[in-house]
Write a protein that binds this ligand. Structure first.
Ligand code: ATP
Ligand code: MG
Length: 424
């Protein structure tokens, strides 16, 4: 019989990997909480129309990356490819938008892409979104919050902040015309994807990684020259605020982002430690999106960070916490009477010292083989119950790290003894 394997691009995260994920997740939750962001938990499946209307019909995601299917009622549903659309949908539906809102979410996203390092079909994002604030102080807040996270995680020296303003939709339209004019003159030198985008989504060409296309782009008109006055002023203000907070940045006039809903400020945090998949966090303003999805006009801004890429970065920089041994204590209990004595004592011990990781040997076996397992476990102590211990109501504590005598004690003294000796 053939064995069933996971779907391509959808990975298991094993216990030894989870350590880095948990480290990352607790740092993220702490930072977001400290800036007053509240966690919102959103469904993984939404109506397909939600993504078509928000991300945009002629984006890579909607054109070719969504996992869509008809449910049993014939309604088209989609595994979410990103979180902002669902978050906006939820904020409208639950009437959250009468006052400024700071929200965050975390979870799996799905895109049918070519799997490679830092690019999966099921990947995981944390997103933060702020609603109801039109001024660039909130753009700065989101960036400062992410910068704090990089410092906390120990990756700050290896990430670079790139910012740009893509202006109002009017400004983008004027620029679009100029860009198409220029690129049409160099059509033959563009890669195939970019030629196709010349009609459908020309701004996205700025994002192309194709060397020939990049060469042509070097002399292309620059979006910055087409910006409306308000976008210009807000962008300048953002720069001032970032400087005031000592967060370095580079202005990248070709940064446009691949989703249709963005306007004004966009930004990315990039690293050169992960090869081609170097963007670990990306976001921007989306002032029209709430209205576009049926809510009252409400400005919005947010970012999403890719957890896989951050975990890879923690690994590359060797700043992930070490994987701890499977147990602090391995319990040797040979014989049925010893098992009974141990199980009762261990529940009391767990009540007293809940932080200790205690693994009781299960499945029987000789005293010798159990002790071998204790040695292999990486635990700091073995607790031993044998015939003698059972007869005398005692337990033997054997240090597995330091050479030294074994200590025997009455079971009632065990929690105290371990509490005193468990300081690192
Ligand atoms: P990229 O240019 O790398 O494809 P993107 O512009 O499609 O990224 P966003 O949709 O803005 O990315 O998502 C925000 C972040 O989520 C990215 O910066 C990245 O860290 C992560 N991300 C996006 N797609 C994937 C994926 N397929 N696998 C892993 N992480 C991803
Ligand atoms: Mg992408």
């Amino acid at each position: 019989m053939t064995t069933i394997r996971a779907i391509r691009g959808m990975n298991d995260i094993l216990p030894e990997e989870s350590v880095a994920w948990q480290y990352l997740e607790s740092a993220i939750a702490a930072v977001l909480d400290s800036y007053g962001y509240g966690e919102i938990r959103l469904p993984i499946v939404e109506q397909t129309a939600l993504f078509r209307r928000s991300i945009g019909e002629v984006t890579d995601i909607v054109e070719k990356e969504m996992y869509s299917f008809d449910d049993r009622n014939g309604e088209s549903l989609t595994l979410r490819p990103e979180g902002t659309a669902g978050c906006v949908r939820a904020a409208i539906q639950n009437s959250l938008l009468g006052v400024p809102q700071r929200l965050w979410y975390s979870g799996p996203m799905f895109r049918y892409e070519r799997p490679q390092k830092g690019r999966q079909r099921q990947f995981h994002q944390v997103g933060a979104e702020a609603f109801g604030i039109a001024t660039p102080d909130i753009d700065a807040e989101l960036i400062l919050l992410s910068a704090r996270l990089w410092r906390l995680l120990g990756v700050a020296d290896h990430v670079q902040l790139q910012i740009n303003s893509i202006g109002s939709s009017g400004a983008r339209q004027a620029y679009r015309t100029a860009l198409v004019d220029y690129l049409t003159g160099h059509r033959e030198a563009l890669d195939e994807d970019s030629q196709r985008r010349l009609q459908s989504n020309p701004l996205r060409i700025l994002d192309s990684k194709h060397p020939g296309t990049r060469e042509i782009l070097a002399d292309a008109p620059v979006l910055t020259d087409y910006l409306d006055a308000e976008s210009r002023a807000d962008f300048a203000r953002l720069g001032e605020l970032l400087q005031a907070a000592s967060v370095p940045y580079v202005v990248n006039p070709q940064l446009v982002r691949g989703l249709d809903y963005y306007n004004k400020t966009v930004f990315e945090w990039v690293t050169d430690k992960l090869g081609a998949q170097g963007t670990i966090c990306a976001g921007g303003r989306y002032d029209g999106l709430v209205e576009q999805l049926g809510g009252k006009p409400t400005p919005g801004v947010g970012f999403a960070l890719g957890k896989e890429r951050l975990v890879l970065l923690l690994e590359a920089l060797a700043v992930a916490p070490p994987v701890p041994a499977a147990a602090d204590i391995y319990v040797v209990n040979a014989g049925t009477a010893a098992e009974v004595a141990a199980v009762a004592a261990l529940e009391t011990l767990r009540d007293a010292l809940p932080a200790l990781r205690i693994v009781q040997h299960t499945g029987g076996g000789s005293f010798r083989s159990q002790l071998k397992k204790a040695d292999k476990s990486g635990a700091r102590w073995a607790l031993i119950w044998g015939e003698d211990e059972v007869a005398s109501g005692t337990v033997t504590v054997k240090s597995l790290r330091e050479q030294g005598p074994q200590e025997s004690m009455v079971v009632a003294d065990l929690p105290n003894y371990l509490a005193q000796h468990s300081a690192p």
